[in-house]
Design a protein around this ligand. Sequence first.
Ligand SMILES: C[C@](O)(CO)[C@H](O)COP(=O)(O)OP(=O)(O)OC[C@H]1O[C@@H](n2ccc(N)nc2=O)[C@H](O)[C@@H]1O
Ligand SMILES: Nc1ncnc2c1ncn2[C@@H]1O[C@H](COP(=O)(O)OP(=O)(O)OP(=O)(O)O)[C@@H](O)[C@H]1O
Length: 284
Amino acid sequence: MYAVELEAKAKINLTLDVLYKRPDGYHQVEMIMQEISLRDYLVISLLPKKDIRIVADSKAIPDGEANLAFKAAKLLIEEFNLDAGVEIKIFKEIPVAAGLAGGSADAAAVLKGMNEIFELGLSTEELMLFGEKLGADVPFCVMGGTALACGKGEELSRLPAVPPASLVLIKPPYSVSTREVYNRLKINSIKKRPETQTVIESIKKGDLEGIAKGLCNVLEEVTFAQHPELRKFKEMLKERGAFGSLMSGSGPTVYGIFETKKDAERAATSLSLPGCTILISCMA
Ligand SMILES: C[C@](O)(CO)[C@H](O)COP(=O)(O)OP(=O)(O)OC[C@H]1O[C@@H](n2ccc(N)nc2=O)[C@H](O)[C@@H]1O
Ligand SMILES: Nc1ncnc2c1ncn2[C@@H]1O[C@H](COP(=O)(O)OP(=O)(O)OP(=O)(O)O)[C@@H](O)[C@H]1O
């Protein structure tokens, strides 16, 4: 049976600013998105009849039509009236509901994989437009790399690659609802906003310390109000040599940027946070 194997890479936010609430209920954002090496693996196989089957190695994600990978397959089957189906095997490595776009990454991988299996001939831009129908982070997960995201997150402009750097990610043993965090945000009381253009300049110069100094996510205050220990996790990473640390997306994952893999490994092994998942990854 014809099958394709894909990697679905996670993302972190280097900056995340929220400008205002839009009439459509979403928030206007300005954020720098960065693809990282942490990834899920998917195997998509052709099924002779119109059926979508999700086979996941994790009980933490839905195995039916609530799965974002299922929604992506359904979207293309209906759009192109495909007279066949797919089985989607998902091997999860990305922590779920962690602020790392795990579901969005899987959905983007399904769009790419089905484009290949059914020879739809869709460009990256066309796949990103389908991604927009699935969720705000999906267009970036289709594009990958480093990008400035505006609008709901679908207006993307590619940025130069950031300098190679390692990350330590701390994922606490609970998840956070993105929707609740956005809806709890008091936009008029945001004390510190990212200096997005300054960070873009640092990226263009390949200045890792400048990037790290510019890390800023306005959603932190909302999630930290519920989980104050996350603020401590940021400090612990910096005390262990991180150039900078930040919560990714709506959280709860907090990450630190380290110059080398060895620095990241040393920091990670010195952390003892019962119940937390501690991962090492890299940017670019
Ligand atoms: C927090 C980020 O992950 C940062 O990259 C994204 O902004 C959220 O991306 P996402 O999880 O793919 O978001 P979606 O699944 O499309 O939306 C989940 C919910 O988050 C809220 N949401 C999301 C994106 C956005 N720009 N404004 C919002 O208010 C909406 O209530 C939405 O119903
Ligand atoms: N393939 C999937 N992988 C992970 N979560 C999925 C998937 N399909 C559906 N979900 C659901 O989507 C919700 C969000 O999961 P996800 O891992 O995408 O969160 P996230 O990383 O915080 O996303 P974002 O950073 O975009 O806000 C979870 O509650 C999960 O049950």
